[in-house]
Structure formats: structure tokens, C-alpha cells
Design a protein around this ligand. Structure first.
Ligand code: C2E
Ligand code: MG
Ligand code: MG
Ligand code: MG
Length: 290
């Protein structure tokens, strides 16, 4: 009786399949036009040292300004870009635009701001990302030390030797490397010893209940302590309230990113936010020598 399917449920299934396929096609077509028409923009979200209040820089986050649909968030279209080849032209545009924006931010009087850019695993595996980064830095005039590349654990479980080689070459250029959404992937902790990383970004999933949940608090404390011992920098993602910021300030040597300080902003608003953000009143009480 397992083969019995009611006509109704079959019809529903098939309609849904058709709908999904046609929707996907519509999205792909719209994305191809978006690339040609330049409908993407970058928003910038500040990264702030929890204990001193010093702004360290910003993460560049892509948005799609669709003429009818309005602002489309990246989770809605990055996977579709990654399915095809469109992630390459878009990823190249993001890198160039973010580096150029960082140069403009420096010229605006914030000469120590760094910029972080998300790089999709496909950009490492299917293109020469080292040449891309080197050429982009040359073209925009951004000194490499101001650029951080955010990678995901998904990249670190690929061909380990090849990926380690690429990351080592990127480090040689003088850029820094961060692991995004740390703690949510399926890779082992061993990669921390195998890859030349600089920063761990603790995923928002641990920060969201860090003040109520002893396990999230323990994981966050453990990651900060381990990272500090290894000479890695720590960023806490998705910090929204006073209790979370208090917890992280007590840990020491943590950079925070989240709505607590600011949502991601268009470039002009980000510059105004920087202008208005008070300079730190005290030097760092801890020696964060990394
Ligand atoms: P991500 O790199 O982990 O970026 C952090 C995300 O968390 C951003 O979402 C940001 O707006 C959001 N966020 C920051 N603070 C808070 C907070 O306090 N509360 C909450 N609820 N959310 C917060 P966004 O901009 O929608 O980006 C989502 C993801 O899309 C990014 O996650 C990243 O994986 C991807 N992405 C964004 N821009 C790019 C890009 O240029 N290239 C690639 N390959 N991926 C990108
Ligand atoms: Mg990121
Ligand atoms: Mg993240
Ligand atoms: Mg995240």
C-alpha cells in the first residue's frame, strides 16, 4: 500500500515543484539583469572593541536594490548566485567596491578603519582568488593590512592542502583571514592548527542567549580563551543588548558587531555614524597583542 498516492496530494506536489522551478528561473533571470544593470550595493556594519569602544572597521554586506521588490537581503540570492557562475562577477564587484569604499573612508579622516569582505568558497576553488585580491588592492590603492577576508568553515573541509596553500599565499599578500559563523559548521577544530587564520567570528547563535544560557556562555568563554591563547582575534556577531555587551566586556579582548552599535548602513550613513561615534576614552585595559 506504500505505492498508493492520492491524486490530490500528487497534484499538489507537482504544482509546487513547477512553481519552485519557475520561481527559481525568474530569480536567475532577474539576477542576470541585476549584474548587467549594477543593482547591487554594499552596506557597512561597524566592528567595535567591546572594552574600549574603539571602532576597528566594518564588514561589507551586499544588498540587492530591485526596482520592484525593493531591498533584497543576501540570504535570498547568494545561494542562487553560488549555484551558477554569477557569484564570480558579483564577488569581484563586492571586493573592488569594498576596497574602494575603505580608501574613501580613510580619505574622510578615519585612516585606521579596516574592511572585511565575505568570500564564497567557490571564489577560492574555481578562480585564482590570490591574483584577484592582489590586483584589486593594486587598482584601488588599499594597503593589504586593511583588508580582512571572511571565509566559512565549509571552505576548510574542502581539499585541505590546496586551500591551506591558497590561504598562505593570501597571508603573504598581507591581508588577514577570519572564520565566519565559527562553531556552526561541520569541520573539526584541527583546522585551527592547519590554516593560517587571524580571527574567529563567534556565530550569533551563541551570542543571542549568552546572558541566559550557561552552555552558550561556556562556549563563548571557551572560544575566547582558546583564541587568545592561540593569538587569534575574536569577534562576537549579533550583539544586540546591554546584557550581552556586559558579558563580552568582562571577557576582555573581544570585538563586537551587532545592532547594539549599528545595523548595516549605506556608505554615507556609515561615514556619519563614524563621525558621530565618540573616540575611546581609555586605552585597552588588557594587552591584546594580536
Ligand atoms: P554574515 O557574514 O555572518 O553577516 C552577518 C549577518 O548578521 C548580516 O546579515 C548582518 O546584517 C546580521 N546581523 C548583524 N548584527 C546583527 C544583530 O545584532 N542581530 C541580528 N539578528 N542580525 C545581525 P546579512 O547582511 O543579511 O547577511 C547574511 C549573510 O549573507 C552574511 O552572513 C554572509 O554570509 C552573506 N553575505 C553578505 N554579503 C555577502 C557578500 O558580499 N558575499 C558573500 N559571498 N556573502 C555575503
Ligand atoms: Mg561575514
Ligand atoms: Mg557571520
Ligand atoms: Mg552569521
Amino acid at each position: 500500500h506504500a505505492r498508493q498516492t492520492s491524486p490530490k496530494s500528487y497534484a499538489f506536489f507537482s504544482t509546487e515543484m513547477t512553481l519552485r522551478a519557475s520561481e527559481r528561473l525568474r530569480l536567475e533571470t532577474a539576477l542576470r539583469h541585476a549584474v548587467d544593470r549594477g543593482e547591487f550595493v554594499l552596506f557597512y556594519q561597524p566592528k567595535v572593541e567591546a572594552d574600549t569602544g574603539r571602532v576597528e572597521g566594518a564588514e561589507a554586506l551586499i544588498r540587492w536594490m530591485h526596482p520592484e521588490w525593493g531591498i533584497v537581503p543576501p540570504d535570498r540570492f547568494i545561494p542562487a548566485l553560488e549555484e551558477g557562475d554569477l557569484i564570480h562577477p558579483v564577488g569581484e564587484w563586492v571586493l573592488r567596491e569594498a576596497c574602494a569604499a575603505c580608501v574613501r573612508i580613510h580619505a574622510h579622516g578615519h585612516a585606521d578603519m579596516r574592511i572585511a569582505v565575505n568570500i564564497s568558497p567557490k571564489q577560492f576553488l574555481e578562480r585564482d582568488v590570490v591574483t584577484l585580491v592582489r590586483d584589486t588592492l593594486d587598482e584601488t590603492g588599499l594597503p593589504p593590512a586593511f583588508l580582512e577576508l571572511e571565509i566559512t568553515e565549509a571552505l576548510l573541509v574542502q581539499d585541505v592542502e590546496r586551500v591551506a596553500g591558497i590561504l598562505a599565499q593570501l597571508k603573504k599578500l598581507g591581508v588577514t583571514l577570519a572564520v565566519d559563523d565559527f562553531g556552526t559548521g561541520y569541520s573539526s577544530l584541527r583546522y585551527l592548527a592547519e590554516f593560517p587564520l587571524d580571527t574567529l567570528k563567534i556565530d550569533r547563535a551563541f551570542i543571542v542567549d549568552v546572558e541566559h544560557d550557561r552552555k552558550s556562555a561556556a562556549i563563548t568563554t571557551m572560544v575566547q580563551s582558546m583564541a587568545h591563547t592561540m593569538g587569534l582575534h575574536v569577534v562576537a556577531e549579533g550583539v544586540e543588548n546591554d546584557a550581552q555587551i556586559d558579558f563580552l566586556r568582562n571577557l576582555g579582548c573581544v570585538t563586537v558587531q551587532g545592532y547594539y552599535y549599528s545595523r548595516p548602513l549605506p556608505e554615507d550613513q556609515f561615514l556619519r555614524w563614524l563621525d558621530a561615534h565618540p573616540a575611546p576614552t581609555q586605552p585597552s585595559p588588557n594587552t591584546c597583542d594580536h
